[in-house]
Ligand binder design. Structure first.
Ligand code: SF4
Ligand code: SF4
Length: 187
């Protein structure tokens, strides 16, 4: 999968969009994903922009920075926000008011294309999250992982018969240690 660029794609800007301020969890504000931030000023963006939390300042929007996402991924229109969560996972956060929009076209075909790209790079994952529920998007299926808690990780990959799998495991069970880059290793 392509790496998110630091430079915004020419011609793309936030405009009237504030979808990240609804769909993303902001831990510093105890704001859950999927509900509007109390600091959003509709039409003019963040009302505390200069003092916004670090996670807001560091946010990298896939629509603005990821060339594989076409113009139809403008979050205000599609109601989804693309985020590179770490070095290994690309996540599509879906507005809970339109929970099935990711299954509609042209989005679903894009997801399957990106899933095929991810599958060629061991450890890479493409996931969709809707109201805290995670779906792993694989080339041949989508796997509903339910709610994935802080002490769980999702492993996915290709089987010997060519099919794909995704499972959720507790880090304690396998002696898995999380790494700072979002990856993991077996202790
Ligand atoms: S979701 Fe992306 S385009 Fe929309 S306001 Fe946030 S950063 Fe800008
Ligand atoms: S603090 Fe500002 S940038 Fe961060 S979620 Fe709220 S409105 Fe958006």
């Amino acid at each position: 999968m392509a790496v998110i660029s630091d430079t915004p794609i020419l011609g793309r800007q936030c405009g009237q969009c504030s979808m990240c301020c609804k769909l993303m969890e902001i831990k510093e504000l105890q704001k859950p994903g999927g509900s509007w931030c109390r600091h959003v000023s509709k039409g003019s963006g963040c009302s505390i922009y200069r003092d916004r939390p670090p996670s807001c300042a560091a946010f990298g929007c896939g629509y603005l920075h990821w060339p594989m996402a076409g113009d139809h991924w403008f979050p205000a229109r599609c109601k989804m926000v693309i985020v590179a969560e770490n070095d290994t996972r690309m996540a599509i956060h879906v507005d809970p008011s339109m929970p099935n929009v990711w299954k509609s076209e042209p989005y679903y075909s894009d997801l399957k294309t990106w899933a095929r790209h991810a599958s060629r790079n061991p450890g890479q994952q493409l996931v969709v999250t809707v109201a805290g529920r995670m779906f792993v998007i694989l080339p041949d299926k989508d796997v509903d992982m339910g709610i994935v808690s802080e002490d769980e990780i999702v492993l996915s990959g290709q089987m010997a018969d060519g099919s794909y799998m995704a499972i959720k495991v507790r880090t304690d069970d396998l002696g898995i240690e999380r790494l700072a880059n979002g990856g993991y290793r077996v202790r």
